[in-house]
Design a protein around this ligand. Sequence first.
Ligand code: NAD
Length: 402
Amino acid sequence: MKKIQMTTPLVEMDGDEMTRILWKMIKDELLLPFIDLNTEYYDLGLNYRNETDDQVTIDAAEATKKYGVAVKCATITPNHARMDEYDLKKMYKSPNGTIRAILDGTVFRAPIVVKGIEPCVRNWKKPITLARHAYGDIYKNTEMYIDKPGKVELVYTSEDGEEKRSLVQEFKAPGVAMGMHNMTASIESFARSCFNYALDTKQDVWFGAKDTISKTYDAKFKEVFQTIFDTEFKDKFEEAGLTYFYSLIDDIVARVMKAEGGFIWACKNYDGDVMSDMVSSAFGSLAMMTSVLVSPQGYYEYEAAHGTVQRHYYRHLEGKETSTNSVATIFAWTGALRKRGELDGSQELSDFADKLEKATLSTIESGKMTKDLALITTIENPTVLNSRDFILAIREELEKML
Ligand code: NAD
């Protein structure tokens, strides 16, 4: 069989621990036999990040700007324990944080929906894609203990000396206070990323904030979204038969619980932090969530939403069998290959991505799965496979389709 050719390289970011093991198996069994895989390889494994003083992460992000599409394996974000374990020169920042800062993107997370792994919310039939604003609010706050009576004020001094002042609270007794901010440009980028991704994936956009209570701060988010929509996206949405819907965050949450799914839920930073875990856990498993970073310029970086599955890796090192779920990592590759196919006009490459996803889902639907899914499936007597055998079972399905 002739292998599928690729015209433009995909930026490949390798990673750590168990997901690094899966990465190689996926390439060896599901990609290299069928595609003349054209990638520009960056090793984001912690050892090489340490060797290059983390320059490799910056180079990988810059390459994503050059070529437009990247696929990333899960990576370790170092903490104190990792400093010793990997004998690190310093405590490097999270690679995802570094890449996000360079690409200025929004992260969209979506569950992989498959028969046999049923969401806890019975009426959710289609994935809910969660878009989290990744700048500001309480994540860049300043806080204070108030231990005796006094007043807390919010004071703004412009560069030319103009002053604005408003009272937060006249404290009669001890308490706490907090200041936070956001930037109009960042909210605009977020809105644009959401609307562009909606057109790309043909889904409606829902957005909720608390503008009835926060009449300036949250009202600004509502206004920015509406202005960007009206001036830049209204016609394109009408043409595509899509809608943008704003409501109060509490109303949105209530509607989400009753909805069928199949839309993008844009969330402010904190809401997105909380709601993405609710959505992923209600859909079944963290190992079935994909994640894509979309920049306002249209660069894409695909990955699994989960981490490096450290516990399984230590078992693997002891020579014990593991049953690690590779689905989200496979879908990171298919997402990236499909996008590359679209951008390069290669139908063959996009079709291959579709088939590999179908083969993965039908493997699970036929009852063959990893242990994490076997514990939650509605399929009776599932066959639990180890990490490698699950990938080999997918290969068998894929070969039937090609
Ligand atoms: P994790 O996602 O690796 O694991 C969390 C839990 O979910 C574990 O109990 C694990 O057994 C289970 N799990 C996750 N993915 C699974 C899979 N594919 N198959 C079966 N079970 C799965 O998160 P963690 O343990 O908190 O972190 C481990 C490492 O991953 C840390 O060093 C952290 O910095 C890193 N991390 C990286 C990313 C990323 O690169 N995007 C995201 C999160 C965590």
